[in-house]
Design a protein around this ligand. Structure first.
Ligand code: FES
Ligand code: FES
Length: 214
């Protein structure tokens, strides 16, 4: 059924002018069910046909993906769909049915950060933080396709993700650092501390308590 709440009653349903038929809008309230594997768990969400993936995620508590421009430009809302980075604000949720979606909530926890998250923390690659979930999801896809990117490749890979705070330099450093960590060349820590004791089987806490030999 064609329907728009913004127009006069006759225009809402479409009417004949005698020369042509006016048809406007479509039903924004018709509910539908969307099934997806979200961060490894099969989920079913109720949605409206006009919803974006970001609408559905945020309405259901997955607020890691941020709403910035809402027009596909800033990258703040980046998630992956079947392994590919997507701007969830412009991804119609109807196209998501049956796919695998990953959000920032699925790649690490506060106590067990993903190596990219840890690298962003340890390189102080964030200020307000609003761009960071999208930046990390995009970086993750970049490193999955290119585990050892050059600085130019990182800049190109993140060109669609805007940051109004950092000037990007520390973000580039963090992605280079993450590439090293993920290649196994560097042990992952999340406190920016000396790594040598970690490799000796001594935790940061043990080290800070002076319980480890130098
Ligand atoms: S909020 Fe989606 S690209 Fe800006
Ligand atoms: S840290 Fe503020 S927008 Fe990137």
């Amino acid at each position: 059924m064609w329907y728009s709440t913004n127009l006069a009653p006759r225009a809402q349903i479409g009417y004949s002018t005698g020369t042509y038929m006016v048809i406007v809008g479509h039903c924004h309230t018709m509910p539908m069910e969307i099934e997806m594997t979200l961060n490894g768990t099969e989920r079913t969400f109720e949605a409206e046909r006009s919803d974006s993936l970001l609408d559905v995620l945020r309405r259901n508590g997955y607020t890691g993906a941020k709403r910035g421009c809402d027009t596909g430009i800033c990258g703040f809302c980046t998630v992956t769909v079947d392994g590919e980075p997507e701007r969830s604000c412009i991804k119609p949720v109807a196209t998501i049915d049956g796919t695998a979606v990953e959000t920032i909530e699925g790649i690490g926890t506060q106590d067990d950060l993903h190596p990219i998250q840890a690298a962003f923390v340890d390189n102080a690659a964030l200020q307000c933080g609003f761009c960071i979930p999208g930046m990390i999801m995009q970086s993750r896809s970049l490193l999955a396709n290119n585990p050892d990117p050059t600085e130019a490749e990182i800049r190109e890979g993140l060109a669609g993700n805007l940051c109004r705070c950092t000037g990007y330099e520390k973000i580039i450093d963090a992605v280079q650092d993450a590439a090293e960590r993920m290649s196994g060349e560097q042990t992952v820590v999340t406190d920016g501390g000396d790594l040598t004791h970690e490799t000796a089987g001594c935790s940061s806490q043990d080290w800070s308590r002076g319980e480890c030999d130098e």
